[in-house]
Ligand binder design. Sequence first.
Ligand code: ADP
Ligand code: ZN
Ligand code: ZN
Length: 675
Amino acid sequence: MRYANVIIDISHEAVDRPFTYIVPDELVSQCHPGTKVSIPFGKGNSERMGVILALTDHPSVPVAKLKEISSVVLSQDATESRLIELAYYIKEQYGSTMIDALKLVLPAKKTYRKKAADKEPYSDEEVDESRGMDIILNEEQMSVVTDFTGEYDRGVRKTYLIHGITGSGKTEVYIRLIHHVVSRGRQAIMLIPEIGLTYQTVKRFKRYFGERVAIMNSSLAAGERFAYYEKAKNRQIDVIIGPRSALFTPFPDVGIIIMDEEHEGTYKSETMPRFHARDVAIKLADMHGASVVLGSATPSVESYYHALNGDYGLFELSNRATGAMLPEVEIVDLRTELKAGNRTMFSNVLRQRLVETVSNGKQAMLFINRRGYAGFVSCRACGKVMKCPHCDVSLSEHRGKGILVCHYCGYEAPKPNNCPSCGSKYIMSFKAGTEQIEEGVKKILPGVRTLRMDGDTTTGKDSREKILKAFGEHKADVLIGTQMIVKGHDFADVTLVGVLAADISLASGDYRAGERTFELLTQAAGRAGRGSVPGKVVIQTYQPDHYSIVHAASQDYKAFYEEEILYRDIAGYPPIKEIMAVLISDKDEDAAYLAAVNLSGLCRAKGREVQIIGPGKAGIGKISDRHRYVFYIKADKKEDLIILKDDMEEWLDSGAGDSAIPVKVAFDFGPMNPF
Ligand code: ADP
Ligand code: ZN
Ligand code: ZN
């Protein structure tokens, strides 16, 4: 006999808990996760509508107490059923409660009244009305479009990867693919990384799709987002552009899902369920009969591996669309600079190039790779670092405000006048950031006009856009920034890109460090020489021989991939092996440790063909007073990891670990960052 967990009344506001029902024999073939059913409910057995969340052979309630499903209701709302099925998939694949998964895919209903002062994040005002397809595709672009549309019209549905160098014209290709699918009456979802939406891109989409395209960004209020969702449901729009939550737009008939910059880490959710938008996009496409198009200049090692294997179709765009040349790249060995007595942050080469560029009336971008690094505050006399009392991390100084903040828990404290340890007055923030570079630039070129873009200068709404716009209008000569400035921007006057310390990201110590470094450097280099004057790139590093730096300098993705996949194979990391992190946290350190030992022990006892590493204390041992332990499981097949995840969930649900409960346990498949 089969049983169904049924949820009653998905009100969008609060999702109820599920109840178990018997599935009568004659309905078995019709009952699936997401199916709407009519069920007797409560003491009076009044008929209510419900949705099946899951089917099981082993109900957690005594069978004698169960009632039967009365009938299957042909769903009035296929879109909602589909999203429920998607929620179920997410729960199964990534480990979360069904309720959390439903909250993710079914946004809270919020009414939204447009205020007179409201402006769309990107207004139509400046869009030039001439909507025409005036760009003539080049041969490479054309062949992608013809191949895709040819297959699409023959009914082929699959996942494609467009590997196209920076500036190869991928966006123009996306627009044509979307146009094709939309002209056949279907809808399109275009995913972009959290901060990846440039003004230029918005403008181009508006020209082609006008009022039929909606653009979501993270500053959109929940009510506004809901209003877009309603429009999508009612077929008032055909295209949605947005970050990973745009996947849950309730379109009735999605024909294509595009994922630009598919390698981006922000496509992975950092909260439970820790889903990856790529996997969910592929699943959603499967449900709709849609195709998926992934695009990047630096594809994730996973996606390129699948493309080479034939799991994905592969397209290559190897030339810049405007005919511009790829920039000339110089690698500077910082060790040699130091030996030669240069103690500044600027090598002689970079200093020279900077002076040349600015005096020729061109622009430069200076990029500091600061991932995993926050400016900390310490005592110059005794070396004491100011730390958050709740987290195992150093505090950083909020610019100019004399306030120390913790970026993990939000803890704030005034900067002390005297060192709490030795009493000295010399408490300083360690600046190896954008401010210091700015000072350096001004010393080299007095009177130079600079703009800075980092976490401090982009806290206000639209401040990012304002900085980029000003730079685009050549109101500054030099733009200095963190990884924020390397994504997708297209400035014709930029002829120099300088990377001040290329290898910081190599120190992060996880298996993606090389990939991340290659990606950042390639994307940064890709900003130079977009216009008619060829660009120059200077990469400063202490590891000039590292393969991720060498291949980024020659803009050779394939050479990088060959070395990287070899390393992944030898060390046993994705995509060769699958890996799952299990993170256990609790306010009581012993409880967290015990649960980690028990859970890893449980996995070992299952005797599957997996490798278990740990448990050990997480890299950041404490966040918000919760102690963190982690262990990793490696397997050949993801299914083996999912089975172990299910085993652990079952064990936790059953209360077997009693003393260790209620610790928090999070599962992370293919973790993006070390814990
Ligand atoms: P990518 O997304 O691959 O980095 P973009 O789509 O942003 O590249 O295109 C880079 C630049 O080339 C843009 O300014 C775009 O308008 C221009 N472009 C794209 N396709 C063509 C084409 N076929 N002919 C001329 N210019 C083009
Ligand atoms: Zn001190
Ligand atoms: Zn903290």
